[in-house]
Design a protein around this ligand. Sequence first.
Ligand code: G
Ligand code: G
Ligand code: MN
Ligand code: NA
Length: 255
Amino acid sequence: MDLETNLRLALDHREFILHYQPIFDLKTLAPCGVEALVRWRRPTGELVPPDEFIPAAEQSGLIIPLGAMVLAEACRAMGRLRRGGLGGNPFFMSVNLSARQFTQPELVKQVVRTLRDERMAPGDLKLEITESVLMEHPESAMLKLRGLREFGVGIGIDDFGTGYSSLAYLQRFPIDTLKVDRGFVSGMDEYGNRVIVRSIIGLAHSLGCDVVAEGIETESQLRDLAGLGCDLGQGFFYARPMDEAALTSFLGKEE
Ligand code: G
Ligand code: G
Ligand code: MN
Ligand code: NA
């Protein structure tokens, strides 16, 4: 069977699950949100990472039902965390949107409907979109971002610095967060990467955004980023992506 057929069956059989990676405050080390990351759990127990199926899901259009499932499940998990008294206030759930999901005409309506169905506070949700997706059709992207923002949903730009952004648009888009791509963070001992990270932090703050550094693997990267004024971070140093049970226990210990 080809991958597309396999993915279709996997969706019917509910083989897609979410892991969550905590995002923390670089100054206090307190958790302040999580990023939902989808995995394909094969009946054998094997966990297939998203890089191996998101492109095919995107190509085939299956990303639409898969993305809808991811969003609804992330909202439900957030509800369970809140009811369990976990996740301080403010605490957000970050969900990745692919190009095809974001360009869907019904995107804003669908997000609004899901939040209502799942009774999730819009301010608890952050959507991550890459800069290339936003810049491809910036005017229609603007309308969607405004629709989401008016409803109270947060917007983060994922992998920032790896694509091309028009500064004029960045300034006009209602964005809350820039996420520094982990490539820059892992290379921060090189002067060039360090300059880029410092510039992204400065740019984000000038735009009124906060900054999340991705892929923090060492304490020295953490200190370095904190020293540069970076607000938030995620990475193996603090916590790996984990299933909901592990997340519940992780957040319980951090309270
Ligand atoms: O989970 P992992 O840490 O391997 O993530 C690899 C990539 O897959 C990341 O770039 C992330 O943006 C993407 N990804 C993870 N989960 C989702 C998802 O639910 N939807 C989309 N569109 N991309 C995702
Ligand atoms: O959406 P995005 O592509 O940024 O998704 C984050 C990806 O980065 C996921 O695949 C996640 O598993 C991975 N990741 C998270 N923390 C680290 C880290 O500290 N180091 C590395 N190499 N990868 C990480
Ligand atoms: Mn992301
Ligand atoms: Na990223």
